[in-house]
Design a protein around this ligand. Structure first.
Ligand code: ADP
Length: 401
């Protein structure tokens, strides 16, 4: 069965057509600048074992037109991989915020759409775009079942002592202010891959997702998320490409009251000008790594700060889990940047974590789960390529099969 996986942004649509029996990607692509000048689609497909790619510049006034165009590409003689649009029986949508209520993958109904809309104040950047994607997909693929897979859902098992903030209770009860956590699909996927790889079902793990956004998760022996580093929103926790991660909230009051910055400016600084970008001038780990090796002092400080933060969370989560079996690195930086893994795991032998420096370098950028711990390390250190699209496809399949 083929499942179309959609990640809709306000002016973009990322898609993958996945065969869930084999896990193979038949076609994928990205439509960009929807509703703007200069819109285009980059479409890749696999035919007879060959990978092909085509860029098409065309007018995409809205998401429905983008879906119709993608659908035409999927069935066309030249770029297609299926016979007809109706072959797609289910579409899995990444939806960022499911709130407290949606703790599982859901078949989209008008009630689910209402809930996604109602949660817009909690995810003002993402949920509106996700909803536009769902509505457009319903129009373009009226015969397919639409399914919502929530980024927050995996963290619903966190205990109250972990998800509550120590502020007056009414802000939780009436205003829903609590930790939700994100990247749930990725944390769940790599945990399950690790469990298979190590052939151990009662695994205690710390998953470290390091992409442009970054978060960590403590997962107990039942496979449940019990702590995660992002909070009410995606600004908390680790240092990221352009986000600060944890800061003392007093800084915000100081910026507003003493430095006369507007809320909009402060939000912009903390979300878009901070993190690696704020420290080094680049938010791309490849640039920062190059500068580090050239001896640039800002890049060196950036790596020190970035990995010190990861280390603090490794320590905290080891305590929360009362010991850990495995640490898992994933996503763009976690999978490809040996230096980040090396520094994050250095001087942690007191916690039973010892990295094998040579393996860490030689097994960089793996296609399958790999182990990079030293022989004398009780804790396994894994690098696992994440695959959020496959996880969304599998979860979609679960509810429609
Ligand atoms: P997202 O999905 O959150 O947009 P990704 O998981 O694609 O992010 O990760 C993006 C990050 O991964 C960027 O900082 C990029 O520099 C980094 N990255 C990608 N490839 C490499 C590499 N070969 N070496 C170091 N960092 C890399």
């Amino acid at each position: 069965m083929e499942i179309l996986v959609i990640n809709a942004g306000s002016s973009s649509l990322k898609y993958q057509l996945i065969n869930v029996e084999t896990g193979g990607v038949l076609a994928k692509g990205l439509a960009e600048r929807i509703g703007m000048d200069g819109s285009n689609i980059v479409h890749s497909w696999t035919k007879n074992g060959n990978e092909n790619k085509k860029e098409i510049c065309l007018d995409l006034p809205d998401h429905t037109v983008a879906f119709n165009t993608i659908s035409d590409l999927l069935v066309s003689e030249e770029t297609g991989v299926i016979q007809q649009r109706e072959d797609i029986k289910a579409i899995g949508h990444r939806v960022v915020h499911g709130g407290e209520h949606y703790t599982q993958t859901q078949i989209v109904t008008s009630e689910v759409k209402e809930a996604i809309k109602e949660l817009i104040p909690l995810a003002p950047l993402h949920n509106p775009a996700n909803l536009i994607g769902i509505n457009a997909a319903e129009k373009a693929f009226p015969n397919a079942t639409q399914v919502a897979v929530f980024d927050t859902a995996f963290h619903h098992t966190m205990p109250e002592k972990a998800f509550r903030y120590a502020i007056p209770e009414k802000y939780y009860r009436e205003d829903r202010i609590r930790t939700y956590g994100f990247h749930g699909t990725s944390h769940k996927y790599v945990y399950e891959q690790a469990s298979k790889h190590l052939d151990k079902t009662d695994l205690k793990a710390i998953t470290i997702h390091l992409g442009n956004g970054a978060s960590m998760c403590a997962i107990n022996e039942k496979g449940e998320s019990v702590e995660t580093s992002m909070g009410f929103g995606p600004l908390a926790g680790l240092i990221m490409g352009t986000r600060s991660g944890d800061i003392d909230p007093s800084i915000i009051f100081h910026m507003a009251e003493e430095m006369n910055m507007s809320l909009e400016e402060i939000k912009n600084v903390l979300n878009k000008q901070s993190g690696m970008l704020g420290i080094t001038g680049s938010n791309d780990a490849r640039d920062v790594s190059k500068l580090y090796h050239e001896g640039d002092k800002h890049a060196i400080l950036c790596y020190e700060m970035y990995t010190h933060r990861i280390k603090k969370y490794i320590g905290a989560y080891t305590a929360v889990l009362n010991g850990v079996d495995t640490i898992i690195f994933t996503a763009g930086i976690g999978e490809n940047d040996a230096l980040t893994r090396q520094l994050s795991c250095s001087n942690l032998s007191g916690l039973g974590i010892v990295i094998n420096e040579a393996a860490n370098i030689s097994k960089n950028h793996p296609k399958q789960p790999v182990e990079i711990q030293a022989e004398n390390s009780p804790v396994k250190i894994l690098v696992i390529p994440t695959n959020e699209e496959l996880e969304i496809a599998l979860q979609t399949w679960e509810v429609v099969r």
